[in-house]
Design a protein around this ligand. Structure first.
Ligand code: PLP
Length: 398
C-alpha cells in the first residue's frame, strides 16, 4: 500500500465551494454575497491609498529582508496595542500588555490557542452560536473541546442575552470564552454596551477567560468606538487574550496581518507569558513575514498616513451603512411586506438576512445571487450596480 492510501478526502470548505460555483456560473448578472471581503462600489477589493503610499516608501527604501524578531515588529505591536487600548493606556504603561505580530487574525487565534492549551490543558472553549466558521475547528485542532453558548435570537434578530448569561454562569472557572468584540460574524448583531457590562460581570464573578476576536475594528461605529468592549473588560482588570485582524481594515487580506495581545497581572507576568508565546511561535513558523507588517506599522506610526487610513476606513464603513439602508428601502419599494428594519441596525460586513436555506437556494438557482445557506449575506459586496437586482431577486424568493 502507498503511504497515503488511507487518507480520506476532507470535506470541502463550504464558503470556498460556493466561490468555485460562483466562478463557474456563466450568468452576466450574477452577484456573490457569500464572501467575507469588502468590495468598493466598483466591485473591486480596494488598495488603500495609505497602504499604497507606505508601500512606495518601503520599496524606495530598498531595505534588506532579514528575519524579524519572533514576536515581530515592535512598532507594529505597539500600534496594535494603541488601537485596542487607546493612546495613554495605564495598562500599557504598567507593562501588563504584550503583543506579538501574527499571521492574520487566524494566526493570532492559533498561537493564542496553542499557548492556552499549555496553560489550561483541561479547560473547554466556548464559542457563540453561531460563530465564524473557523473558530470551532481551530480550537479543536489545538486540542480543546469546544462548546457553543446561546447567542443569536432569530425571532428578535437580536442577542439572546438571558440565554447567553445563564450559559456563561454555569461554566466552570477558567473556561475560555471567545467573544466577538464588535461586528459579530456571521450575524452582524452585537450586544448593547449595557449588555456587555452584564457579560463582563459574569466573567469577573465566574473567573472565565475572555478571548476577544476583533477582526472588524473600524467597520462598526468607528475605530475607538469598536474597541469599547476590549477597554471595558481591560478596565475591570480581567486578564485576557485579544486577536486582532487587519485583513479587512487595511484591505490586506493576502499579507496575513494580525496580532495577538495579552493583558496580564503585572510586568513580570507579561515577560514570562511573552517568553512562552515566543516558543509557540518559534516552533510553528519561527517569525512573521516582513512586508505586510512593515506597511501596517508605517501607516499606524506616521501621522499623515494614519490620518489618511482612518478616512479611508470611514469611507468603507459609511458605504456599508449606505448599502444596508438602500437594501431595506429597495425591498420596501419592491413591495416586500416583511420587516427588514433590523438590517439597518446590524454592524460590520455581514447580515443574517433571515432568508431560509430554501430561499438562498432559489436566489442562487433562479437569480445567480450567491449567499450562505444560513442566510448570511456580505453587505460589503453590494454596490450601486447590483443592489437593485439583489433587492428584486430577494423580493421574488420571499
Ligand atoms: N475572526 C473573525 C470573526 C473573522 O471573521 C475572520 C475573517 O473572516 C478572522 C477571525 C480571520 O481573519 P484573518 O483573515 O486576518 O485571518
Amino acid at each position: 500500500d502507498s503511504l497515503f492510501a488511507s487518507v480520506e478526502l476532507a470535506p470541502r470548505d463550504p464558503i470556498l465551494g460556493l466561490n468555485e460555483q460562483y466562478g463557474a456560473d456563466k450568468r452576466g448578472n450574477k452577484v456573490n454575497l457569500g464572501v467575507g471581503v469588502y468590495y468598493d462600489d466598483q466591485g473591486r477589493i480596494p488598495l488603500l491609498e495609505a497602504v499604497r503610499r507606505a508601500e512606495i516608501k518601503r520599496v524606495e527604501a530598498a531595505a534588506a529582508r532579514g528575519y524579524l524578531p519572533i514576536d515581530g515588529i515592535a512598532g507594529y505591536n505597539k500600534g496594535a496595542q494603541t488601537l485596542l487600548l487607546g493612546q495613554d493606556s495605564p495598562l500599557v504603561a504598567e507593562g501588563r500588555v504584550l503583543t506579538a505580530q501574527a499571521l492574520g487574525g487566524t494566526g493570532a487565534l492559533k498561537i493564542g490557542a496553542d499557548f492556552l492549551k499549555q496553560l489550561l490543558p483541561d479547560s473547554k472553549v466556548a464559542i457563540s452560536d453561531p460563530s465564524w466558521e473557523n473558530h470551532r475547528a481551530l480550537f479543536e485542532r489545538a486540542g480543546f473541546e469546544v462548546v457553543a453558548y446561546p447567542y443569536y435570537d432569530a425571532a428578535t434578530h437580536g442577542v439572546n442575552i438571558e440565554g447567553m448569561l445563564a450559559f456563561l454562569r454555569q461554566l466552570p472557572a477558567r473556561t475560555i470564552v471567545v467573544l466577538h468584540a464588535c461586528c459579530h460574524n456571521p450575524t452582524g448583531v452585537d450586544p448593547s454596551f449595557e449588555q456587555w457590562k452584564q457579560i463582563a460581570q459574569v466573567f469577573q464573578e465566574k473567573q472565565l477567560v475572555p478571548f476577544m476576536d476583533i477582526a472588524y475594528q473600524g467597520f462598526g461605529a468607528g475605530l475607538e468606538e469598536d474597541a469599547a468592549v476590549v477597554r471595558l473588560f481591560a478596565g475591570l482588570g480581567l486578564d485576557m487574550l485579544i486577536s486582532s485582524s487587519f485583513s479587512k481594515s487595511f484591505s490586506l487580506y493576502g499579507e496575513r496581518v494580525g496580532a495577538l495581545t495579552m493583558i496580564s497581572g503585572d510586568r513580570d507576568e507579561s515577560t514570562r507569558v511573552l517568553s512562552q508565546l515566543k516558543r509557540v511561535i518559534r516552533t510553528n513558523y519561527s517569525n512573521p513575514p516582513t512586508h505586510g507588517g512593515t506597511v501596517v506599522s508605517m501607516v499606524l506610526n506616521t501621522p499623515e498616513l494614519y490620518q489618511l487610513w482612518t478616512q479611508e476606513l470611514a469611507t468603507m464603513r459609511d458605504r456599508i451603512r449606505a448599502m444596508r439602508d438602500q437594501l431595506v428601502d429597495k425591498l420596501k419599494a419592491h413591495g416586500v411586506k416583511q420587516d427588514f428594519e433590523f438590517v439597518r441596525k446590524q454592524r460590520g460586513m455581514f447580515s443574517y438576512s433571515g432568508l431560509s436555506a430554501a430561499q438562498v437556494d432559489r436566489l442562487r438557482e433562479e437569480h445567480g445571487v450567491y449567499a450562505i445557506a444560513s442566510g448570511r449575506i456580505c453587505v460589503a459586496a453590494l454596490n450601486s450596480g447590483n443592489i437593485d437586482y439583489v433587492a428584486e431577486a430577494i423580493a421574488k424568493v420571499l
